[in-house]
Write a protein that binds this ligand. Structure first.
Ligand code: AHR
Length: 500
């Protein structure tokens, strides 16, 4: 099997916005406690943050980190997480049925963001709380000295404002599981009023209104329309959340999951632009794909896990990912980049232990899941502008999506350094595919890096017992001559090439 890709240097999707490489830290399971934070761990710093995890986060190359939820935020009192730690209350977290000690809150997480070089993206609670508490948090986080809450922050040891730019107006407010969930009309109104108040305090904030919690929600599309009609003038982004998994052993459909993500993006863009024209607005709403990942949710829901104890940091949602999962994840990232003209911010959900690329054991090791690799390489190599290549390739039949192209790809090119990068997946389960790529327009003359994620066993995983079973390997046989790059992609693989 063969494929041809041509790259037109002028076919630019958008300049690369590094917020596309965001992630998400929720107070859930062992993401925060026993994940990023474990006082007493041999690598912990004076704040209790594991420095081995900090190093892995830097290597992963995440940028903006959404915090503190997720479903958790809809019952959260941000005040519980600031000030002297010994007087912080322990609370029940109803979203995940666990105990929240509040030993990590805005202050600690702000320091962790500095340690990892991350931009903090904050969510406000619109489930059990409202405008006043959102404004209080904004003042505490971003206020200059001289007002009560800003002065409280300073008294708590943080002189400089956090200057948080991106704010989520609640989380998944359409979901019946959400504490305080609402109808679209009710949520649209409260989101608009909260956003308007927050922008009165600071007109340069970037605000994310909740879209549907998934494209399978019965209200998908209509929810976006109603919410945006209420809030359009006051918000900048609408959120998208999508999780994928293999179902009933149908690997072929699973490998084509990106087609669902594309449908999702197109539908939200169409709906947002419909509202734009109805309102005769000059503004275009961006998409914040602030939860995306692989999540074996069906299995979690079917497992009848009885969680009737209230525990601190229970092991929850600790999915272990395979090579196939990593190939799908790499393809989802390709799709986000292909649609980067509208999806300008995204968060891989989540970062550590909970449906995460990084795993830890208390007192022990931390390691990379298979899904770590496509994310970290894409974040490291993608530079400059995102280009949409033309891909001529055959397809295969899937039960869920019909005909699915065998190969998918996206390209980035950096005019300043003259470097470029090509990202590719081969969705075939049986065939290697030789791909001929016309890179003459990129002016590239050499391959500086060529890696692939592939294994004879697409279900191979990295586990506690075998932490480095799966990794990147060189993409053998890649050749660049006379403006043509030729590569052979193994079956069920994700690959990246850097060119100069
Ligand atoms: O990421 C896990 C959960 O998925 C989040 O808390 C919620 O927003 C979504 O349903």
């Amino acid at each position: 099997t063969t494929a041809r890709i041509s790259i037109d240097r002028t076919n630019v999707v958008a300049p690369l916005n590094r917020r596309i490489f965001g992630s998400f830290v929720e107070h859930l399971g062992r993401c925060v406690y026993d994940g990023i934070y474990e006082p007493g761990h041999p690598t912990a710093n004076e704040d209790g943050f594991r420095l081995d995890v900090v190093e892995l986060v830097k290597e992963l190359g995440t940028t903006t980190i959404r915090y503190p939820g997720g479903n958790f935020v809809s019952g959260y009192k941000w005040e519980d997480g600031v000030g002297p730690r010994q007087s912080r209350p322990v609370r029940r977290d109803l979203a995940w049925h666990s105990l929240e000690t509040n030993q990590v809150g805005l202050e600690e997480f702000g320091r962790w963001c500095e340690l990892t070089g991350s931009e903090l993206m904050m969510a406000v609670n619109l489930g059990t709380r409202g405008i006043a508490e959102a404004l209080d948090l904004l003042e505490y986080a971003n206020g200059e000295a001289g007002t009560a809450l800003a002065d409280q922050r300073i008294a708590n040891g943080r002189t400089e404002p956090y200057d948080i730019r991106m704010w989520c107006l609640g989380n998944e407010m359409d979901g019946p599981w959400q504490i305080g969930h609402m109808t679209s009309a009710d949520y649209g109104k409260i989101a608009a009023r909260t956003a308007s108040a927050m922008k009165t305090a600071d007109k340069n904030l970037e605000l994310v209104v909740c879209g549907s919690s998934g494209s399978a929600m019965p209200t998908f599309g209509e929810w976006e329309r109603v919410v945006l009609e209420e809030s359009y003038d006051h918000v900048d982004y609408i959120s998208c959340h999508a999780y994928y998994q293999e179902r009933k052993g149908d690997l072929g459909s699973y490998l084509a999951s990106s087609m669902e993500m594309k449908y999702f993006i197109d539908t939200v863009v169409a709906t947002a632009d419909h509202v734009k024209h109805r309102l005769r607005s000059q503004k275009t709403i961006q998409l914040s794909f602030d939860e995306w990942n692989i999540w074996y949710l069906d299995e979690h829901q079917a497992s009848e896990e009885v969680n009737d104890e209230w525990r601190i940091a229970p092991r929850q949602l600790e999915d272990v990912y395979s090579v196939a999962d990593a190939v799908v994840l790499g393809n989802l990232l390709i799709t986000l980049l292909q649609n980067h003209d509208r999806v300008t911010s995204a968060s891989l959900a989540q970062l550590v232990n909970v449906i995460a690329p990084i795993m830890t054991e208390p007192g022990g090791a931390s390691w990379r899941q298979t899904t770590f690799f496509p994310f970290s390489v894409t974040s490291r190599l993608a530079r400059g502008e995102v280009l949409r290549p033309r891909i001529d390739v055959g397809s295969y039949d899937t039960a869920v999506y019909g005909a699915a192209p065998l190969v998918d790809s996206v390209v980035t090119a950096d005019a300043e350094t003259g470097t470029s990068a090509v990202f590719l997946v081969n969705r075939s389960q049986t065939e290697s595919i030789e791909v001929t790529i016309d890179v003459a327009g990129l002016g590239a003359t050499s391959i500086t890096e060529a890696v692939t994620l592939h294994d004879a066993d697409p279900y191979a995983k990295n586990t506690f017992a075998e932490q480095t079973r799966v990794g990147l390997s060189p993409l053998a046989g890649a050749i660049l001559a006379d403006g043509t790059l030729t590569v052979t992609l193994p079956p069920v693989s994700w690959s990246a090439l850097a060119l100069a």
